[in-house]
Design a protein around this ligand. Structure first.
Ligand code: NAP
Length: 244
């Protein structure tokens, strides 16, 4: 079913997990979707499956973000790319380059992608930015660097809502709890540790997040759904350690 007069969308971190589910949802709704990721193989498969356009880009390269995106007119931005390294390694266990990658992809790239695409939205007085936050931005989970990056996204979202006031551009922050994706492969490189964490409870599926995005996009155009927090039933607000 079409979503308002939205025709074009850009999804970052589109090749896997929540991003790929979002691409499928948007393509089903009839939007022309540009999927951006650095995972070439998964992007190609997604293109074959959905008919989306693809762009291979490492979002750590700030210059490329502006060079390659500034000319795009997109109605919907799903600013989704992100990762965690410190879930199992901890604050001091993550290497400096892993810390830099989290800060760069989760925060800097998210900011630069918006800055590259926003001028055209402002000119057209239309657009919807979906920001991928996390329950880690709302509750203390004990993941200092990852939480700091998602806390920054939370603050960015709140402040942008003020700055965008009067432009007709809508902005939604989605704060998912644990969702079954490849996110946990970098978060828990050790397979045993990963499966004991991931298999602990019935996690959300990426499609659950895509449905929440669809809800925010489909709300009447005079309605801004500012924040959606969704968790598995068995995950108490934010909690990383689940006791039954
Ligand atoms: N899964 C959860 O429990 C959960 C919960 C709350 C919030 N989130 C957030 O949801 C978002 C999506 O995560 P996900 O769970 O769907 O993880 P995912 O399955 O790992 O998907 C993330 C995608 O982003 C891509 N990516 C990472 N760094 C990139 C870069 N420098 N340039 C371009 N693409 C890059 C990854 O590519 P590669 O595969 O090549 O690395 C991957 O395709 C993230 O912002 C995450 O923080 C996830």
């Amino acid at each position: 079913m079409p979503i308002h007069n939205y025709h074009t969308a850009i999804v970052t971190g589109a090749a896997n997990g929540i991003g790929a589910a979002s691409v499928r949802m948007l393509c089903t709704a009839g939007l022309n979707v540009l999927s951006i990721d650095k995972d070439v193989d998964a992007l190609s498969k997604l293109k074959d499956e959905t008919g989306c356009q693809i762009m291979v880009m490492d979002l750590q390269k700030t210059d490329q973000i502006y060079e390659r995106l500034e000319s795009y007119q997109c109605d919907v931005l799903i600013n989704n790319a992100g990762l965690a390294h410190d879930l199992s390694a901890g604050f001091l266990g993550a290497t400096p380059s892993q810390v830099d990658e989290m800060l760069t992809v989760n925060v800097s790239a998210a900011v630069h992608v918006i800055r590259a695409l926003l001028p055209s939205m402002i000119t057209r007085k239309s657009g919807h930015i979906i920001e991928m936050g996390s329950v880690a931005s709302l509750y203390a989970l004990g993941l200092p660097v990852y939480s700091a990056t998602k806390g920054a996204i939370h603050s960015l979202s709140r402040a942008l809502r003020i700055e965008l006031n009067g432009t007709k551009i809508r902005h939604t922050e989605i704060c998912p709890g644990r969702t079954s994706t490849s996110f946990f492969q970098s978060a828990f490189p050790d397979k045993k540790a990963r499966s004991s964490f991931v298999d602990q409870i019935r996690n959300l599926d990426p499609e659950d997040i895509a449905a929440a995005i669809n809800f925010a996009l489909s709300a009447p155009l005079h309605v801004n759904v500012s924040t959606i927090e969704l968790t598995p039933v068995d995950q108490a607000p934010g909690a990383r350690v689940i006791s039954k």
